[in-house]
Write a protein that binds this ligand. Structure first.
Ligand code: GLV
Length: 388
C-alpha cells in the first residue's frame, strides 16, 4: 500500500472502484456545492505557527470524547449507505475503528444493522446516530436496539428534517439496491470487485429499517423515505424526551447557531457537534469551521464541542482542536478508504490522519493533544466569515 500516502490517494482509488452512483453520493454536496467546498477551503486557510527547540520527544494523542477514552480525538462519523461503498462496509469500518481505539458511529441509514455491527465487532465505543421519524414507536425501538447493542452514546442529528437536493443523486437515480438499468449495468461491469463483494453478503438493504419500520419492506429511495418518514416537527422537547428515554451520553449534531447550542444543552446534550452535514444540506451556509468559534464561546465552558464537515487530514483535525473542539469526526475520509480497499483502507485512512495530527502537533511545539489551543494558529489577516 506504499502508493497510498494521503486521503486524496484513497479518494482517487475509491472513484475507480465504487459504482458511480454510490461514489457520487459521498463525493458531493447539495445544490451548487459552495458550502461543501468552503468546508475544506476555510480549514486550509487557517495557518499554523511553527515552534522550534521544544522537546517534542514524548507526545500523546490520547484523549476522551463524550467521556470515553480515545487513542486520538477523531471518531468515525455516521454516514448513510456505508455498506454500499463496499460490502459489509459498516462492519469493516467498525472493526478498523475498534483496532484504532476510536469511536465508530453507526447511522440510522446504514446498510448493516445495529445488531449486525454489534455482533461482528463487540465494539466499544460504538455509538448510534438516530434520526427521529414521524412514527415515534420506530424511534423508540431504535433507542432500545441501541441500548441492547450496548452502544455507549446516542447521537441525534437535527439537520435532516428536510433533504438538501443533491443534483448528482437525482441524475444518477440513486437507489438501494441499485436499479439494474443498462447504464448502471455497464458501470457495474467495470467494478467486478465491488460486485463480487455484494454477491457474497446478506447486507444489501437498509438494515435498521427494512423489516423493522411498520409497513416498510423495501425502501429504494433515500430521499422518498426521508420525505415520508422524517419528522419536520422535530423540536427541543423531543430531544429532552430522547435524553430521558436513553439516559446515557447524548450528542446533538448539526449545530451552527449559538442559540441552538444553548437550546441543545438545555435539552440535555452532553456534547454538541458543530456540523453543516458535510455541505450536504443548506447550501450557501458558512463553512463549519467558521462557525466553530461562536459555538465554543456560547457553550464551550460547560459542554463538550465536537466538530465535523471538511476534515480530510490530521492537519485539519488539529485546526479544529485549536479552535476549541474536543474531537472531530471523519466521514468522507473514512468512506474513501473503505471504497478503495475495504477494512484495510479505513485503517490506512486512520493511520494517515493519526500521523499527520501527531507530526503537525510536534511542529507546533506541542506534545499533548488535550492541551492544544489557539496559540498554534496565526490570526487570519483577512478573516473568513466568522470571528475568532
Ligand atoms: C444522509 O445523512 C445524507 O447526508 O445523505
Amino acid at each position: 500500500m506504499s502508493h497510498v500516502t494521503c486521503i486524496e490517494d484513497l479518494r482517487r482509488l475509491a472513484r475507480k472502484r465504487v459504482p458511480r452512483m454510490f461514489y457520487d453520493y459521498v463525493d458531493g454536496g447539495s445544490w451548487t456545492e459552495s458550502t461543501y467546498r468552503a468546508n475544506e477551503c476555510d480549514l486550509q486557510r487557517l495557518e499554523f505557527r511553527q515552534r522550534v527547540a521544544c522537546d517534542i520527544t514524548h507526545r500523546s494523542l490520547d484523549s476522551t470524547m463524550a467521556g470515553q477514552s480515545v487513542s486520538m480525538p477523531v471518531a468515525i462519523a455516521p454516514t448513510g449507505l456505508t455498506g454500499m461503498q463496499y460490502a459489509d462496509g459498516e462492519i469493516l469500518a467498525a472493526q478498523a475503528a475498534k483496532r484504532a481505539g476510536i469511536p465508530f458511529t453507526l447511522s440510522t441509514m446504514s446498510i448493516c444493522s445495529i445488531e449486525a455491527v454489534a455482533n461482528a465487532t463487540g465494539h466499544h465505543p460504538f455509538w448510534f446516530q438516530l434520526y427521529v421519524t414521524r412514527d415515534r414507536r420506530f424511534s423508540e425501538d431504535l433507542i432500545e436496539r441501541a441500548r441492547a447493542a450496548r452502544c455507549s452514546a446516542l447521537m441525534v442529528t437535527m439537520d435532516l428534517q428536510v433533504f438538501g437536493q443533491r443534483h448528482k443523486d437525482r441524475k444518477n437515480g440513486l437507489s438501494v439496491p441499485p436499479r439494474l438499468t443498462p447504464k448502471h449495468l455497464l458501470d457495474l461491469a467495470c467494478k467486478p470487485r465491488w460486485c463480487l463483494g455484494m454477491l457474497g453478503t446478506r447486507h444489501r438493504q437498509f438494515g435498521n429499517i427494512v423489516g423493522h419500520a411498520r409497513g416498510v419492506d423495501d425502501i429504494r429511495s433515500l430521499v422518498a423515505w426521508t420525505q415520508e418518514q422524517f419528522d419536520p416537527t422535530l423540536s427541543w422537547a423531543d430531544v429532552e424526551w430522547i435524553k430521558q428515554r436513553w439516559g446515557g451520553p447524548l450528542i446533538v449534531k448539526g449545530i451552527q447557531h449559538p442559540d441552538d447550542a444553548h437550546l441543545a444543552v438545555e435539552s440535555g446534550a452532553d456534547a454538541v457537534v458543530v456540523s453543516n452535514h458535510g455541505g450536504r444540506q443548506l447550501d450557501g451556509a458558512a463553512s463549519s469551521i467558521t462557525t466553530l468559534p461562536e459555538i465554543v464561546e456560547a457553550v464551550g465552558a460547560t459542554t463538550e464541542i465536537h466538530f465535523d464537515s471538511g476534515i480530510r487530514s490530521g492537519q485539519d483535525a488539529l485546526r479544529a482542536l485549536a479552535l476549541g473542539a474536543r474531537g472531530v469526526y471523519i466521514g468522507r475520509a473514512m468512506l474513501y478508504g473503505l471504497g478503495a480497499l475495504g477494512e484495510a483502507g479505513v485503517t490506512r485512512a486512520l493511520d494517515i490522519i493519526r500521523d499527520e495530527l501527531d507530526l503537525s502537533m510536534a511542529f507546533c511545539g506541542r506534545t499533548d493533544v488535550q492541551a492544544v489551543d489557539r496559540d498554534i494558529l496565526r490570526p487570519l489577516l483577512r478573516p473568513v466569515a466568522g470571528t475568532w
